[in-house]
Design a protein around this ligand. Structure first.
Ligand SMILES: CC(C)(COP(=O)(O)OP(=O)(O)OC[C@H]1O[C@@H](n2cnc3c(N)ncnc32)[C@H](O)[C@@H]1OP(=O)(O)O)[C@@H](O)C(=O)NCCC(=O)NCCS
Length: 207
C-alpha cells in the first residue's frame, strides 16, 4: 500500500527550500543548501573513485567542472532528480552531500562523505537529518534507498536509520560504466519515527 502511495506523491514546490534559510542542525553536522562556493570541496571529495564508484549517476573521472555544473543545477532549481540536495557541513567545510531525489518512480535518499571524514558517524547523522526533513517537511510516507552490493558501509548506514531490504536490481553505475547489483531498501515514516523514540535518540532534527 505505502509503496503505491509514495509513487503518487509529488514534491511540494521548492520556494521554502530555495529561500536558502533552511539549515538542519545535528549534533556535529549541519545540512544547508549547496552553493557555488562549495565547488572546490565538492571536487575534493568526489575526485576519489572509491566515492564515485558507489554513486549511480556521477561521472569518472570527476572534474572541477562537474562540481560546478552540479552546483549550477542546484542554484537553478536542482532538476527533477535531485530535488532537495544538501551540503553536509562541519567545521565550516563541506564534507559531503545528501539529498532526496526522484529516481524513476521512487523517491530516494542518497549521500556521500569525503574519504578523510569516513568512520566518524557523519553519514549516519546527515542521513538522519535528511530523512527527518523528508518525513516532516515533504510529508513523505516512505523513502527508498539503494546501495551497490559491494558497498556494505552504506548498507550499515541505512540499516542504522531503520531501512529494511526489499529486493535487488541491476542499476547502471556511470563511473564503473556497467550495471551493478543494487540492494534496495525502504523506510516507512512510522518505523523511522519509532526508531527516533528509541534509545539511539539525541540528534537534533532541526528544521
Ligand atoms: C558509505 C559512506 C557514506 C559512509 O560514511 P561514514 O560517514 O563513514 O558512515 P558512518 O560513520 O556514519 O557509518 C558507517 C558504518 O558502516 C560501517 N562500516 C564501514 N565500513 C564497513 C564495511 N566495509 N563493511 C561493513 N560495515 C562497514 C561502520 O563501522 C559504521 O557502522 P557502525 O556505526 O555500526 O560502526 C562513505 O563511506 C561514502 O561516502 N562512501 C562513498 C559514497 C557512497 O557509498 N555513498 C552511498 C551510496 S548508496
Amino acid at each position: 500500500m505505502s509503496a503505491i502511495e509514495a509513487k503518487s506523491i509529488e514534491f511540494p514546490p521548492q520556494p521554502a527550500y530555495d529561500a536558502g534559510t533552511l539549515a538542519l542542525k545535528g549534533a556535529r553536522v549541519t545540512l544547508r543548501r549547496p552553493v557555488m562556493t562549495d565547488a572546490h570541496d565538492v571536487f575534493a571529495g568526489m575526485n576519489d573513485f572509491d566515492v564515485v564508484k558507489n554513486l549511480s549517476r556521477a561521472p569518472w573521472p570527476y572534474t572541477l567542472h562537474d562540481a560546478v555544473s552540479w552546483l549550477d543545477g542546484v542554484e537553478n532549481g536542482g532538476g527533477p532528480r535531485m530535488a532537495y540536495p544538501f551540503a553536509i557541513v562541519t567545521g565550516g567545510r563541506l564534507i559531503g552531500t545528501v539529498g532526496i531525489s526522484n529516481h524513476g518512480d521512487a523517491i530516494e535518499l542518497g549521500y556521500w562523505i569525503a574519504r578523510d571524514s569516513w568512520g566518524r558517524g557523519y553519514a549516519t547523522e546527515a542521513a538522519r537529518l535528511a530523512v527527518g526533513f523528508a518525513f516532516t517537511h515533504l510529508q513523505l510516507k516512505e523513502l527508498e534507498a539503494g546501495h551497490f552490493v559491494d558497498n556494505a558501509a552504506s548498507g550499515r548506514v541505512l540499516t542504522k536509520l531503520g531501512f529494511a531490504y526489499t529486493h535487488t536490481v541491476a542499476r547502471f553505475s556511470k563511473a564503473r560504466d556497467c550495471d551493478v547489483d543494487c540492494r534496495m531498501m525502504i523506510l516507512p515514516h512510522a518505523r523511522f519515527a519509532a526508531g527516533q523514540n528509541d534509545s539511539e535518540g539525541g540528534t537534533d532534527h532541526g528544521g
